[in-house]
Design a protein around this ligand. Sequence first.
Ligand code: SAH
Length: 244
Amino acid sequence: MNTGLLSPHKDPMGAAIADYFTKGRAAKLRVFSSQFDEDEIPAEQLFRTFDEMPVLEQEALRRATGKILDCGAGSGCHALALQDMGKQVEAIDISPLSVETMQKRGVRQAYCVNLFDEHYLQKFDTILMLMNGSGIIGKLENMSAFFAKMKQLLNPGGCIYMDSSDLRYLFEDEDGSFLIDLAGGYYGEIDFRMQYKQVKGDTFDWLYIDFQTLSYYASENGFRAELVKEGEHYDYLACLRWDV
Ligand code: SAH
């Protein structure tokens, strides 16, 4: 599992976020994957306000209590919304450009830290992982390392709010039959690479996970998974509570 930080010349999303913040507009943030056609993320979407957020994200922000960690915080949209609600939040990201932008936007506690850095040891009541937040886990084989890290960072009884999507619809035929190669890896394990102007990032693993598989791994690792809310297209918000 990657435990490092991004360098600015390999951080396309951070470059797009910094550009959008300083100039009010950004070029295309291009997304490539060996499994999908080229796509793009509009930079303004990374700066969404509470009212512009999907209902699953709004629900996670409403439910977050105590000392909150916004993990993989990007432009700081969720951290800022939480501050506006009078809640106590710390935001971390591996992108120095994003963290600098968060600080300039007024996120009071924003740090350039990798979630999996063994020296990052704080205690939180709620951990937020939003915008397919399960992605940061990378691959299913990292699940137990992920939950071990969560136990280091959570107060007993604390919980994680994570959104994800079940990608089965991409592999389902019109008649409902499944086209998944059972000998291959889990169908939600996706590789991505991004590019912004001339800034090209390295390929990284990003995990999409269905709720049933997430629940299985949660219970194997001492957590209880609750399906908080389902979205409109195979997406959902889960609460993973440390069962102590
Ligand atoms: N939560 C934000 C950004 C989502 S994009 C939003 O909803 O708009 C995912 C973010 O996670 C990126 O900014 C990326 O730099 C960050 N990230 C990826 N791996 C990480 C890790 N291991 N630790 C901390 N942040 C990470």
